[in-house]
Design a protein around this ligand. Sequence first.
Ligand SMILES: *Cc1c(COP(=O)(O)O)cnc(C)c1O
Length: 523
Amino acid sequence: MSGDLLHPIAAMKPKRETFTGNHALAIEEPLLFEIGRADISGVDVEEPEDFAPRLGGHERKAALDLPALSEPEAMRHYVRLSQKNYAIDMGIYPLGSCTMKHNPRLNEQMARLPGFADIHPLQPVSTVQGALELIHECGRYLITLTGMASVAMSPKAGAHGELCGMMAIKAALKARGEDRRVVLVPESAHGTNPATAALLGFKVVTVRAGPDGTVSAEAVREVANAHEGEVAAIMLTNPNTCGLFEPQICEIADVVHAAGGYFYCDGANLNAILAKVRPGDLGVDAMHINLHKTFSTPHGGGGPGAGPTVLSEALAPYAPLPLIASTEEGYRLVETEGAAEAEAPFGRMTAFHGQMGMFVRAFAWMLSHGADGMQKVAEDAVLNANYVRAGLADLMSLPFPDHPSMHEVLFDDDFLEGTGISTLDFAKAMIDEGFHPMTVYFPLVVSGAMLIEPTESESRASLDLFVAALRDLIFAARRGESERFENAPRFAPRRRLDETSAARKPVLRWERPEPEEQAEAAE
Ligand SMILES: *Cc1c(COP(=O)(O)O)cnc(C)c1O
């Protein structure tokens, strides 16, 4: 059969179990460029009459060579691609440190109201009073929940919020006339913490955690003393990335303040303490809040998220523009330095005001839960993590068995010793069971870490199935059924990918194969 007559996938080697290469509803999907043909079009525009190009000879001579498809082909392509994604709407997404919770559909409905969805950031302020009120109210709730003095709403992700908080700290130090260069970061920190500090020209100094996985005030004091007069800030996560509440957090804040530095708290794990603990009461000076984690807005494929950053009394004057001021005549946007409400802003984080759709979703979520509901969120998130822990602790190994877990439970790979199976194999085998794996190999302080965060939105039934499936896998590992692990995932459309090369040497450009290659592939 000639290669021209075959659909590109059917023409590809090696031969598959089915003629098409499809496995029931798991459809093989070539690239648009591979399925597109130059001779087909979904649009029908008449040739213009008397058309005289005015490009002075620069008009394109050859065809554009875009992949052309009929409308149903284009539609099917994108729908099929969308179905290859695992999503929180398909099943449990126990990715530790990520708080992958359900985004209620009410949030989506609210975000799509034309008064929120269809506005433009340069519209006259008098025409967007409701939107400004929503941003202002959402910010006021965040200030109240965290016990802080002010909030910068514009940062567009957690990491962006870290940058915002650390820039406020830098501005405050500059106003004090001090050039402090050292930022203390515990070794269990999320990679964005040292990256943020380094980006701003700070020197990152590591603070060691104790054998129980928490940071002691004594350890912080030691490092602070070794860098006397140089400490700009500490960046600490609480609960920390091992899922443990830092019991000495207030003493740590005191030590850092006494050393002349500020306390940046990474607020990504706020879900565990929401409406239960106010970070402002713990001595925190700046903290980002991932609306796409704690407040249920979608993470999106890399964006848009939202990382509003709350600031203490000491840092509030340096909050970035724009700010929203509530006045008797309504809401006003403070866009320039020197206004009464903007004493000494360090600059701007974004061109405009932040992620409107995320603010609407987060605020809808806050209002539908209420104060008591948000407390229950934290309680249930912690309960769910400890339920998973209780269901697995007899078979898996806990690096820090003496502390209760907060909203996520951390296991190490001790329990796999002697099985020849690694954390990665175990995670891949979970894909065959229909689960997105937990976070693996993070935090780095634990060997072969597996960090499970179920969030409050999972029911007991869904946790029971998850726990039972993991138990079954562990028994299989112990029985030496290595084929369930080594070759996993066996049932996914793609199996073990070279993730390192994909990240380091991504192939971002499709090249049309040479005619000989095409002929060969069809043989
Ligand atoms: C998610 C996370 C971040 C970064 O947040 P992004 O919104 O992904 O930029 C920072 N620290 C911790 C502990 C996190 O879990």
